[in-house]
Design a binder for this molecule. Sequence first.
Ligand code: ADP
Ligand code: ASP
Ligand code: MG
Length: 440
Amino acid sequence: MEISKVMKFGGTSVGSPDRMRALIPLITDSERKIVVLSAMSGTTNRLVEITELLYAGDVDQASKKIGEMRTDYHQVAEELFETDSFRQTGHELVDSHFDYISNFTLRIFTKLQEKAILAQGELLSTSLFHKLLNERNIDALLLPALNFMRIDKDGEPDMFYIEENIIREIEKLPAGNIIITQGYICRNAFGETDNLKRGGSDFSASIIGAALNVSEIQIWTDISGFHNNDPRYVENTSVIRELSFDEAAELAYFGAKILHPSSVNPARLKNIPVRLKNTMEPADEGTLITSSSLLLDYKAVAAKDGISVLRINSDRMLLAYGFLRKVFEIFEAYKTPIDMITTSEVAVSLTIDNAQFLSQIARDLKSLGSVEVEENQTIICIVGDFRTERTGSAPEIFEALDTIPLKMISYGGSPHSLSLLIDTSDKVKALRLLSEHLFK
Ligand code: ADP
Ligand code: ASP
Ligand code: MG
């Protein structure tokens, strides 16, 4: 039987025994589906803390934290199941995962072990949820993501491998409507356990949906759809009912936490609608992301922190050709993507969000001119109607932000967005001002 949809449930949606039980009515219809689960909320953060302690050689503190997590998960197992035999199985399952994690306190700690520990959150949530369905006599199958999900040497999903393997793995399964798998985790080009970076379960869902050509990818979370501004910083944000792939991709890439930055792409390439839904309010229609959507002057605002700007000033740029190529080659050598760029006769400013090689890049750029670096910057992305043939778009943005220094402006790069660079310390003020002026 064909797989009709992918349903991804995030950390809060599986964050407690009650929440896990609340998912049952959402997934028990007559359609065959893939259920992608994140780790229970807070789990990945706690696993990250443990890996940091192990890197630092603080085995005592790491062991203490592993012990605390083990206790909390035993409590989950205790509350999740109704029968003694399933409770017993749940406790054994919890112990097996935490015994495995504890093993890493005894050896030298490397990236390999770090990734293996980070994978335990999703492995735990999916196993516990699978057992819960078993206890209720609901047919459910567990499909290990590590058997099909894979990234290449650049960290990009290896779609050819994934398609071939997920189809083969599903063909091996017995009949059953509910196929549970882990979000976030994957193998890398060397076959080692790896992950799709923080928030990566959305990406897993979209990759799986694209690989299986499903008719809809659903992302279930703790809010009723995509809001027009970041609800963590701004009051009275409102939900957007329709977004295009391009608009959603831009907002996700520029910081809207509701979606992993790359998660729209696989769905967009296969033209599969993505629906954002709220597990706490399943009747709410949420947001639908498709290939087209109504144009609005201003649709939404998002912010991406952790940006560094490099400003290169060089007389050699004046009337010269080939200058930018030399600049770009330096970023390429360090595999560092550029987010925003603006140029003048004798200067070019570029932003990056991966500062791993910032000092090396700045050093190499000095061969081309004087270089200035500023960290702790934020890109504000405003999605709306910025088609080049239009007049009058944008003045409200500059009126709204007339008290905030704008360090870079990117306009005309995309028909549906305008981006600005500001100091991170101005971010919350900027987001609030934009909401007041654009969405009132
Ligand atoms: P999950 O664990 O389900 O993946 P996340 O915490 O990753 O959930 O994403 C949902 C959260 O994203 C919301 O609770 C909200 O605080 C935050 N968020 C940030 N920007 C937006 C936005 N534009 N629209 C909706 N939610 C947003
Ligand atoms: N559990 C992972 C994280 O917290 C992946 C996800 O939730 O999407 O980043
Ligand atoms: Mg998320």
